[in-house]
Design a protein around this ligand. Structure first.
Ligand SMILES: O=P(O)(O)OC[C@H]1O[C@](O)(COP(=O)(O)O)[C@@H](O)[C@@H]1O
Ligand SMILES: [Mn+2]
Length: 657
C-alpha cells in the first residue's frame, strides 16, 4: 500500500471527505481496493475497429453479430473437438440470427425438446468462454434482467461437478418445459455477441453510398460501449442537420447519385416533392445523362423512375454548385477562390476556363443559371432548398442521430495508446505540421484538431454568438486543409460536367506520402502525447487496394489504414468487403471480410462472411486491464482509496459508522 504524509492527506481532505460517504470505513474501502487490484490483473477487453461503413447496414450488422469472425472462432475453441464443421456453423448462425434461425429449426426439427437442451447446453459453454475474462460484476451487467439469475447460475456452475450435475441439468430442463427456451436462446446469443466485443471504435464514414446509414446509427445507439471519429461524410450530414444549405444540397445530391431515397424519405422523413416538381419543370426535355443514378443490383427502378431521379439529381447538383459558389465568395478567409467555377463558363460555347485552360463541358442546358449572377438561386430553387432545410432541421430521428454523433464522437481520439482519426493531418511536404488558418488564426496538428472539434460543437449547439457558423461542417467536408478530407480539392463539378478527365483528379495531401515513413508516424504519436514505440495511428478514408497487393499496414506497423471497402461501390477497388481491426490481450489482428450476401442466405444456407484473420502484432506479455486507459483511472481510484484508508488509520478522518 502507498504511504501518505499528513500534508498529502490535508491537501486532499475535501475530496477524501466526499469519498468517505461512499466508503465509510476501513473495511469497505479496503475491499474496494482489493476488488480494483484484482480487476487490474484481468486480461484487457477486446476492442474492434471498423471504418467506412457507408450505409451498408446488412454487412455491418453481420460483422457486429459474428464479431468479425470471432464468435465462430470461440465456438471452435470450446466445442471444436466434439462438433462437426456443419454443427459449428449451425450454432454460429443461431448466435448471429437467433430469431430467424429458431423459426427455421422449429419447422424442420423432429425432436425439438432434445434440440433445445443440447443447444442451450452448448450456448452456455460458449457464453462461459466469452465471459471468462471479465469480473462477475461486469458479466452480471451484461445479462438481461429476465434471465439474469439463471444465466449467472449456469455460467458459474460446472455441469460436470458431481454434486451440482442434477441441479444444472434441471435448470435447463425447466427452461425448456416452461416454454422459455426461445427467449433464453435469443437473450444468451445477444450476451455472447456483447461480451465478444468489449468496446467498438468507428473510424468514420457511417453515412452515404449504401442505403442504410440510419439503420446503422440505430444499431450503434444500442451498443453498450463505443466511440466514433467523424468522417467527412458524417460531418456532411451533421452540417445538414445543423441547417447548412451547402451541406444539405450535397447530402441530397449524394443520395440521388446512389438512388437512395429510402434514407431521406423513410429514414428521416425528408420531403423530396418540391425538388421533384422543380426538376420536372426545369429539365423536362433534358435526358440529364450525366446524372443517371448508380443503381444497386438488387433494386428495381422503372425507366420513368430513372428519368425523374436523373432530373432531380441534376437539379440539386446545380443548386449545390450555386450555394457553394456563394459560400466561397462570402468566406474569403477559406482561400479557395480557385473553386469558383460557375463564373468561368462560357455558357454559349459550353466551355469552361480552369487555370487558364479551356475545357469542353458535356452539358449545355443550364436553364436556371443567369450568366451574370451565376451564384443566384432561382425563386423555385430557393424555395426547394428552404423546404429541404426545414425538413432536415425538423427531422427528429436525424437530430437524435446527430446528437449521438456529437456525444460519442470527436475529430480524433487517444485510446489505449493508439491515435484514431478518419483521414489525415494537414502537413507540409517536408514532414512539418501545416499551419492552417481558422477564423483568422493559425493552428496546427493537435491544437488544430482540438479547435475544429470545438467549433463543430459550437456550430451545432451555439446560440448564434459564435464566430463560426455551420459552414465549418462544409469546410470539414471538402476543404483542402480539412483533416477529414485530405485532398487538394473535391472535384464534384468537374466529375459531372467537364469532359477532360484530367480535371477530375483529386490529389491527396502530403500526409499520405509521408505516412509510409515510420519516423513521421512516430512524430505524430509523440505530438499527441502517445508512446511512439507502442502506439499506432488508425485511419480509414482511403480504400486499401488489397487486390493489388497494397497493405493496410504502413510505417513499419505504426500506422494502419483499415478502409477495406464495406461500400459495395468500392469493392472493385479493394477486392475485399471490409476490414475489422481487433485489439485483444494478445495483440493486434486484422480480419478481412469477403462480401456479405444476405441475412436469408446466412440463415438458410449457413453462409457466413468468410473472414481471414491475420496477426499484425503479438505482445510478449498478455495485456492486462492495468495496461489500459481504464487501468490508469482504476489506479488513480486505488491511490485515493488507499489515502482514505491512511486518513482513517491516522485519525485525520473519522470512520462513518
Ligand atoms: O465515388 P463517389 O461516390 O462519386 O464519390 C467520390 C467523392 O467522394 C470522395 O472520395 C469523398 O468520399 P470518401 O470520404 O468516401 O473518400 C470525394 O473525394 C470524391 O469526390
Ligand atoms: Mn472519408
Amino acid at each position: 500500500m502507498n504511504r501518505f504524509t499528513s500534508k498529502q492527506i490535508q491537501d486532499n481532505k475535501n475530496y477524501l471527505e466526499l469519498l468517505s460517504q461512499k466508503f465509510p470505513c476501513i473495511g469497505i474501502a479496503a475491499s474496494e481496493v482489493i476488488n480494483l487490484k484484482a480487476i487490474m490483473n484481468l486480461p484487457k477487453g477486446t476492442e474492434h475497429f471498423l471504418t467506412d461503413i457507408h450505409g451498408e447496414h446488412e454487412a455491418f450488422n453481420h460483422v457486429m453479430r459474428n464479431a468479425s469472425g470471432v464468435v465462430k472462432r470461440k465456438i471452435t475453441d470450446v466445442l471444436g473437438k466434439t462438433l462437426s464443421e456443419s454443427d459449428i456453423q449451425e450454432l454460429a448462425t443461431l448466435i448471429y440470427y437467433p430469431d430467424e434461425k429458431l423459426q427455421q429449426v422449429k419447422s424442420l426439427e423432429k425432436n425439438l425438446g432434445d434440440w433445445y437442451k443440447i443447444t442451450i447446453y452448448r450456448l452456455v459453454q460458449v457464453c462461459r468462454d466469452a465471459s471468462s475474462k471479465y469480473t462477475r460484476s461486469k458479466v452480471r451487467k451484461a445479462l438481461p434482467p429476465s434471465f439474469a439469475y439463471i444465466m449467472e447460475e449456469l455460467l458459474h456452475e460446472n455441469e460436470n461437478r458431481f454434486n451440482k450435475k442434477d441441479y444444472y441439468n434441471e435448470i435447463i430442463n425447466a427452461i425448456v418445459s416452461l416454454d422459455q427456451a426461445d427467449e433464453f436462446i435469443i437473450e444468451i446469443s445477444s450476451v455472447i455477441q456483447r461480451l465478444t466485443i468489449d468496446h467498438l471504435h468507428i473510424i468514420g464514414d457511417i453515412y452515404d453510398r449504401g442505403s442504410g446509414s440510419h439503420i446503422v446509427m440505430d444499431t450503434l445507439m444500442e451498443h453498450h460501449s463505443l466511440d466514433i471519429q467523424w468522417g467527412n461524410h458524417d460531418i456532411l450530414w451533421m452540417g445538414a442537420a445543423a441547417g447548412d444549405l451547402s451541406c444539405i444540397a450535397n447530402v441530397v445530391r449524394i443520395c440521388l447519385r446512389y438512388s437512395n431515397m429510402d434514407i431521406l424519405e423513410d429514414g428521416y422523413g425528408i420531403n423530396l416533392l418540391p425538388l421533384a416538381t422543380l426538376a420536372l419543370e426545369m429539365y423536362s426535355d433534358d435526358s440529364c445523362k450525366n446524372f443517371i443514378p448508380k443503381v444497386n443490383s438488387t433494386e428495381v427502378f422503372t425507366d420513368s423512375d430513372m428519368q425523374l431521379l436523373s432530373k432531380m439529381h441534376k437539379a440539386i447538383s446545380i443548386i449545390q454548385f450555386k450555394l457553394e459558389h456563394q459560400l466561397v465568395l462570402s468566406h474569403p478567409e477559406f482561400e479557395i477562390e480557385d473553386r469558383l467555377l460557375l463564373d468561368k463558363i462560357d455558357y454559349k460555347a459550353s466551355i469552361i476556363k480552369i487555370n487558364g485552360v479551356d475545357y469542353e463541358l458535356n452539358d449545355s442546358n443550364f436553364p436556371t443559371i443567369d450568366s451574370k449572377e451565376v451564384w443566384k438561386l432561382s425563386l423555385d430553387e430557393e424555395r426547394v432548398i428552404q423546404k429541404l432545410r426545414s425538413s432536415f432541421t425538423l427531422s427528429e430521428r436525424l437530430q437524435k442521430h446527430v446528437r449521438f454523433l456529437l456525444s460519442k464522437g470527436s475529430i480524433y481520439l487517444n485510446y489505449n495508446g493508439n491515435l484514431l482519426f478518419h483521414a489525415s493531418l494537414p502537413m507540409n511536404k517536408d514532414g512539418s505540421f501545416k499551419e492552417v488558418k481558422i477564423n483568422n488564426k493559425y493552428y496546427k496538428s493537435r491544437e488544430l484538431l482540438d479547435k475544429l472539434d470545438q467549433y463543430v460543437r459550437e456550430a451545432y449547439f451555439g446560440d448564434g454568438q459564435s464566430n463560426i457558423g455551420p459552414e465549418i461542417f462544409w469546410y470539414l467536408w471538402c476543404h483542402k486543409d480539412s483533416p477529414l478530407f485530405g485532398k487538394n480539392k473535391m472535384a464534384t463539378f468537374e466529375r459531372y460536367l467537364v469532359v477532360n478527365k484530367s480535371t477530375h483528379k483529386e490529389v491527396y495531401t502530403p500526409y499520405y506520402n509521408l505516412i509510409s515513413d515510420e519516423k513521421i508516424a512516430k512524430k505524430i504519436l509523440i505530438e499527441f502525447g502517445l508512446d511512439p514505440d507502442q502506439g499506432h495511428i488508425i485511419n480509414g478514408h482511403v480504400p486499401v487496394k488489397s487486390k493489388d497487393g497494397e497493405s493496410p499496414i504502413k510505417a513499419n506497423g505504426r500506422l494502419l489504414v483499415i478502409d477495406g471497402g464495406f461500400a459495395r461501390a468500392y469493392q472493385k477497388t479493394t477486392g475485399i468487403a471490409g476490414y475489422t481491426l481487433i485489439y485483444n490481450s494478445y495483440g493486434l489482428q486484422l480480419a478481412s471480410h469477403e462480401p456479405f450476401e444476405s441475412v436469408e442466405k446466412a440463415v438458410n444456407d449457413g453462409k457466413d462472411i468468410r473472414s481471414t484473420i491475420r496477426v499484425i502484432e503479438k505482445v510478449l506479455d498478455r495485456k492486462k486491464v492495468a495496461d489500459t486507459d481504464v487501468g490508469l483511472s482504476l489506479s488513480k481510484r486505488i491511490y485515493y482509496l488507499e489515502m482514505l484508508i491512511s486518513a482513517y488509520r491516522s485519525g485525520s478522518l473519522k470512520e462513518r459508522l
